[in-house]
Design a protein around this ligand. Sequence first.
Ligand code: 1CP
Length: 331
Amino acid sequence: MRPPLVRALLGERLDRPPVWVMRQAGRYLPEYRDLRRRYGFAEAVANPTVAAEITLQPIRRFAMDGAVIFADIMTPLQAMGVEVEYTPGPRLRPHTLADVASLGTLDLDRVGHVAETIRRVRDRLGPDVAVIGFAGAPVTLLAYLLEGGGSRDFVTMRGELRRDPDAAAAALDGLARAMNAYLRLQADAGADVVQLFDTWAGLLDADQIRRWAVPAARTALSDVGVPTIYFAPGTVHALDRLVATGADGIGLDWRVPAGAVATTLAGVAVQGNLDPAVLLTDPDTIRAATRAMVRRLGRRPGYVANLGHGIHRTTPPEHLQVFVDTVREEP
Ligand code: 1CP
């Protein structure tokens, strides 16, 4: 039998929705902070023993239905020759569109540690728990490459897409092909599901999302061989465009209205979408909001319970337990 997470993404309605949480391996967990006292972030990602251990930490505690591999969206760029430092967000040399287009292909040997982490995690989990691989979507990677790090508004990326569309197309195509190779490597190593994170696509208008973000995501996700999820928070203004990525499931942030989901995303699975801020409140509030979410979305075929974005680093772990238990209570 396939893991419940895979079955939900293929459109099956399950008695209880599978559940995992974006950024579930990370700083809100004391056991993560303990390990990170001994290993820097890049060092932890590069070491399959440590990366597998961090990946498994939230599974031991919460028995999630999916284990998301500990790495970063910038990890494969490092294997394309980009130097990245984490402070804790990524910092790198600002690139031009031409620099990005000439990065060349991904050297799969240089991400062999990710494949090895996936093999180790797959070996240590039962058949019901899905291993989740991931990559950053081309638009989001381009945003970091052009800006040289994180930003609230990524104006360089937004300007460059308008200034030189041909060079932008070449840069995005190179990134899309590289991420496609990277996702295939992860599926071959044993990932049961892969997610493409398009964290910054929501900065674009609806036409730009259709022109740039969707085709690039489609290339990155094509023929990966396992079910795929596309997550682009803040794109409610272009929700009807996202299905064209070809993803089996669409990740929703907490602002997406339930009515729009029912009509616009009828043919795909959906994942989400509790506001991560709810987990900073109290058990009663968490239970009420989680039940409302499952009532809203859980009846459709193909539903995966999750937050609407990554878990906040100040979240008390016992609040995440309340969320997971509530998703799993008798319908
Ligand atoms: O010191 C630390 O602990 C480093 C913080 C950290 C962690 C735990 C970074 C730097 N990356 C990660 C792991 C990570 N990043 C994972 C695997 C763990 C898990 O999900 O459980 C994943 C899937 C990511 C993905 C990621 N990195 C995204 C997309 C998801 C999202 O939240 O929208 C983005 C935008 C990044 C960039 C990044 N890397 C790190 C940080 C702090 C950030 C975001 C902040 C910034 O833009 O500066």
